[in-house]
Unconditional design. Structure first.
Length: 394
C-alpha cells in the first residue's frame, strides 16, 4: 500500500511493461484488472480516481487498447433510444464524460432516424435533406421517421485515452501477457512472438490481490468457469459489421431501419445487425451463400440483410461488401450479460473478491457508467445523484 489518502493525486505515473525485455517482478497490488478494452481501462481509471491510495495493475494479452476484442469493432453509438428511462441520468453522465474528459473519443453529435410505420416526420421529406442517402432507403417501406439525439465515437480511442489516463494517475500496466484466474489472484504468462510468428510463453508469474476485476469481454464468463469453477449464466454471440460503400459525411444521420443500424463511418456506412440469440458453446462462425455464391457473411447476418431489402434496396447492390471469406468481414465475439432484464452492461461478484464486468450490446451508452458503478462499489463511495439503484437479481 502507498501512503496516499482518498482524493489525493498520485505523486508519479504508473509502471508500464510493454515487452518481455523489461524485467517484471510480482509485487503487491490492491486490485488486479484483467483486460484492457474500454471496460477494463475505464474501471482502472475510476479506481485510481476514487481510491488513489490503492495500487492497481491492469493486464492485457495484446496491446493498448485490446486489439482482438469487441472494443475495436463496437459501433460507438451513444443514444437514449430504447433505453429504460431509469438509466437516462447515468447515460447523460456518460455522454458528458465522452465529450469532456475523453475529448470526444474521436466522435461527434449526430441525428438518429428510426424509420418505420410510426414517427413524427415523413421519411421522404427528412431524407431529402441528405441526398447521399438517395437509393439507400425506400421511403415506401418505412414512411415515418422518429428523430433521436445521438453521439458517434470510436470505442478504441476511448479505451486508449482511459488506459493512458489511468497510467498517468498511477496505475500499472502489463501488456503482452495472458492471464488466467487462480484462487486469490491470477497466473500471468508473458508472451513473445518468434520470427515465424508463433506466440510462446516467455515467463510465468503468480500475482495475488484481494480484489480482481475480470474485464475480458465475451471471454470473461469462460475465464471464471475455467479458472475458478464458477458457472455463470452469461453468454456470447458473434456479431459481424459489414460495410456499405455509399458516400457519407459528418452530417449524415444514423439510421435504424428493418432491424439494422446504419452508422456513418469513414466515408461509408457500417451495418450493425441485431443480436438475436446466444451462440452455442463451441460454435465456430461460418460464411453463407448469396444467390448461390459463397460469401464471408455468416448465415445469420445474411438473413438480416435479405429481410431488410425492401426498406434498404442498396443492400442488393455492389455497394455491399460480402467478402470472400469470413475474415474479410469484420466481426467479434460480444458478451451477452444475463441478470438485468434489459440485457444492459452488468457487473457482479462471482466469487469472493472476484468481480465480473461485462459490456454487451449497450456498452456504447452505459459501458463507462457501469465501470464506474463497479469502481464505486469497490471503493465504498456513493453513486452520482439521480442514478438508478443497481439491479439485484433474485
Amino acid at each position: 500500500m502507498t501512503g496516499h489518502t482518498p482524493g489525493q493525486a498520485p505523486a508519479t505515473a504508473g509502471q508500464v511493461w510493454a515487452h518481455v525485455g523489461q524485467p517484471f517482478t510480482p509485487d503487491s497490488w490492491d486490485v488486479l484488472v484483467l483486460g484492457a478494452g474500454r471496460m477494463g481501462t475505464a474501471v482502472t481509471l475510476f479506481l485510481r480516481d476514487l481510491r488513489p491510495e490503492w495500487r492497481v495493475l491492469l493486464v492485457e494479452e495484446g496491446g493498448l487498447p485490446n486489439e482482438d476484442g469487441a472494443t475495436i469493432l463496437a459501433p460507438g453509438l451513444w443514444t437514449l433510444a430504447g433505453l429504460p428511462e431509469a438509466r437516462h441520468a447515468e447515460a447523460q453522465w456518460e455522454r458528458a464524460q465522452l465529450e469532456g474528459r475523453f475529448g470526444g473519443a474521436g466522435g461527434q453529435a449526430r441525428t438518429l432516424l428510426s424509420l418505420g410505420q410510426d414517427g413524427e416526420e415523413d421519411t421522404g421529406a427528412r431524407l431529402a435533406r441528405h441526398p447521399e442517402l438517395a437509393g439507400v432507403v425506400d421511403p415506401a417501406g418505412a414512411p415515418r421517421a422518429a428523430v433521436h439525439e445521438a453521439f458517434t465515437y470510436r470505442p478504441g480511442a476511448l479505451a486508449l485515452a482511459a488506459g493512458q489516463a489511468a497510467v498517468r494517475a498511477g496505475a500499472d500496466l502489463l501488456l503482452n501477457t495472458r492471464a488466467s484466474l487462480i484462487p486469490g489472484g491470477a497466473c500471468l504468462e508473458r508472451l513473445t512472438v518468434t520470427n515465424t510468428h508463433q506466440i510462446v510463453t516467455h515467463e510465468t508469474h503468480e500475482v495475488r490481490a484481494p480484489r480482481v476485476v475480470v474485464a475480458l469481454g465475451a471471454a470473461g464468463p469462460h475465464a471464471t468457469e475455467h479458472g475458478l469453477g464458477v458457472h455463470t449464466r452469461h453468454a456470447r454471440a458473434y456479431r459481424q459489421t459489414p460495410r456499405l460503400n455509399v458516400p457519407t459525411s459528418d452530417t449524415t444521420p444514423v439510421l435504424h431501419a428493418a432491424g439494422l443500424t446504419l452508422r456513418p463511418q469513414s466515408g461509408g456506412v457500417t451495418i450493425i445487425p441485431p443480436v438475436h440469440h446466444r451462440d452455442p458453446h463451441g460454435y465456430a462462425p461460418q460464411g453463407g451463400h448469396l444467390t448461390g455464391v459463397p460469401t464471408g457473411l455468416r448465415r445469420e447476418t445474411l438473413e438480416d440483410l435479405v429481410s431488410a431489402l425492401e426498406v434498404l434496396p442498396a443492400l442488393a447492390t455492389d455497394a455491399l461488401e460480402t467478402g470472400r471469406s469470413l475474415a474479410d468481414v469484420p466481426g467479434a465475439w460480444l458478451a451477452l450479460p444475463h441478470g438485468d432484464p434489459a440485457g444492459l452492461p452488468w457487473h457482479g461478484e462471482v466469487a469472493p473478491g472476484v468481480h465480473l464486468l461485462l459490456g454487451g450490446p449497450q456498452a456504447d451508452t452505459l459501458g463507462l457508467s457501469t465501470a464506474y458503478r463497479l469502481a464505486a462499489q469497490l471503493a465504498g463511495v456513493a453513486l452520482p445523484e439521480g442514478w438508478a439503484a443497481p439491479f439485484s437479481p433474485r
